[in-house]
Design a protein around this ligand. Structure first.
Ligand SMILES: [Ca+2]
Length: 496
């Protein structure tokens, strides 16, 4: 369905609170009146502020864009943004699960700081300010379409609207509502390439099985290749729709002063990817274009987290990030003339996960923390007695798919059983992967004497970062929200 022309089944006006009331109400939610007044005062006389377009796909891994070297998936718009701006080769989400990843993006805080907001199908308590609210208080016109902060209960968080802003049917409707002379901030949240897929859609679109590069943690069988093509089909649709938005901005001569940020909330919805801390679950595409400030055609190898998005947007709009934001603005990287590792201190990211889909007895999660550096991924599994993909035989934290079925069929197949076990079997308390031995992250070297010093050092760095950012688990305050609340529908089996 074309994105600009009424893709949403219902119009935006009924979903949108009164524009006259909304800014004042939302301001009271997170800013004192004096702080808001000081903000407005500081912005008077500010130079022309950029528009902000944040485009986020749903479940796309870092490797699956043309710009990052995939010759099969069709992403000309992402590739254009990378060519005319900067692409980040080491971008990671805070947590490889929709709700906590989006909460971290919107608040600029590591997901584990967001209380129950760290879980899928939770709420995002109103005390956690989001960048759209802050920009609105500073005079921006804000909005989103389709998937904003989700899934979860907006109301249970004490909010009157989605943390991503007021909802619009599409970008055109939003664009028409922007008052003359007012900068805007828009969130385009595609539901692509989230499952379910139309089986065979990739093949039917002209993509070829033979061309697929199957990641090493998945079995190379035709069912998996076809499933990947269906995933590619939806990535291409996201890309096309983003292109329609850029065309509209070009028609209005607004593209030069719009910061376009394109990324995804987490990695591909395949076993050992989405909901896991390995690269294909947590490493995402990221490209930013802003011709007025960003030198074009660069690739940065700095480690950045999507937690850095909110402080970056605020700084670009002339606002200071909030003290509680644990992300760091990347505006300096964006506006630099350099490539490669621009800021030597950006040599790692922190990753975390709590409860994804509730498919364990008691609906408990699978808490994990990790640190990823250039050479290593160190993962700590805090409850290794639990099943990482959910209890057998469903393994429900992994989305149903032809690939999951194919891996189940290989559970006892000599030589291929490793795929099943890597995705679904229990894991040790610590995992360590050395990327100099290969990028598949399938050979755990944790506990090996040759890596003992590295492992100790990474564990210490992880602890320091978690303590410095007040991770409740690191502080010895186990969460009270591990099982509940859960605002999604639960099956009888999940209510156990
Ligand atoms: Ca997602």
């Amino acid at each position: 369905m074309p994105f600009l022309h009424g893709a949403q089944p219902s119009g935006s006006s009924a979903d949108r609170p009164s524009s006259a009331l909304l800014p004042a109400t939302s301001r009271r939610d997170f800013l004192g009146a004096s702080a808001a007044a000081a903000l407005s005062q500081r912005l008077q006389g500010a130079a022309s502020r950029p528009n902000i377009l944040f485009a986020i796909s749903d479940d796309q891994s870092f490797a699956h864009t043309g710009a990052s070297g995939d010759s099969v998936v069709r992403t000309p718009v992402f590739d254009r943004i990378a060519a005319e701006g900067v692409r980040f080769a080491h971008a990671f989400c805070s947590s490889p699960s929709c709700t906590p990843s989006r909460g971290a993006i919107l608040t600029g805080q590591d997901c584990y700081r967001l209380e129950e907001g760290v879980n899928l199908w939770s709420s995002l308590p109103a005390k956690f300010a989001t960048y759209p609210d802050l920009l609105e208080a500073a005079g921006y016109h804000v909005g989103y379409t389709r998937k904003g902060w989700a899934p979860g209960s907006v109301e249970a968080g004490g909010r009157s609207r989605n943390p991503a802003g007021p909802r619009y049917a599409n970008f055109r409707a939003f664009h028409e509502s922007v008052p003359d002379g007012t900068p805007f901030c828009f969130w385009f949240g595609s539901q692509d390439p989230h499952r379910a897929y139309q089986k065979g859609s990739g093949l039917e679109s002209g993509l070829r099985l033979d061309d697929v590069r199957v990641p090493e943690f998945l079995p190379d069988v035709p069912e998996v290749r076809s499933d990947i093509l269906d995933y590619y089909f939806e990535i291409a649709r996201f890309d096309r729709e983003l292109g329609e938005i850029l065309s509209l901005l070009e028609e209005h001569d607004q593209l030069a002063n719009t910061i376009v940020i394109v990324t995804s909330d987490n990695g591909m919805p395949f076993p050992r990817a989405k909901a896991d801390l390995y690269d294909y679950g947590s490493r995402v595409p990221l490209a930013v274009r802003w011709p007025e400030r960003i030198p074009a055609g660069r690739v940065a190898s700095d480690f950045v987290s999507l937690v850095d998005v909110a402080p970056t947007i605020l700084e670009a709009a002339g606002l200071a990030p909030l003290p509680e934001m644990t992300g760091r603005s990347i505006l300096d990287l964006l506006t630099s003339e350099d490539e490669g590792r621009i800021d030597s201190s950006r040599d790692h990211v922190i990753l975390a996960r709590e409860r994804h889909a509730p498919w364990r007895a008691g609906r408990v999660g699978y808490p994990m923390r990790a640190i990823r550096t250039d050479q290593f991924l160190y993962i700590r599994n805090l409850e290794p007695d639990r099943w990482p993909a959910g209890d057998p035989p469903i393994f429900g934290e992994v989305d149903p798919s032809p690939t999951k079925d194919a891996m189940r069929a290989l559970e006892a197949a000599p030589g291929s059983e490793r795929y099943f076990h890597a995705a679904f079997s229990k894991r040790p308390a610590e995992e360590l992967y050395d990327m100099s031995l290969g990028s598949s992250q399938m050979s755990n070297v944790s506990g090996e004497a040759a890596h003992a010093e590295t492992q100790r050092s990474l564990a210490s760095r992880l602890d320091q970062r978690l303590l410095a950012t007040a991770d409740p688990r690191a502080l010895g305050h186990p969460p009270t929200w591990e099982s509940d609340p859960h605002y999604g529908r639960l099956t009888a089996e999940q209510r156990r």
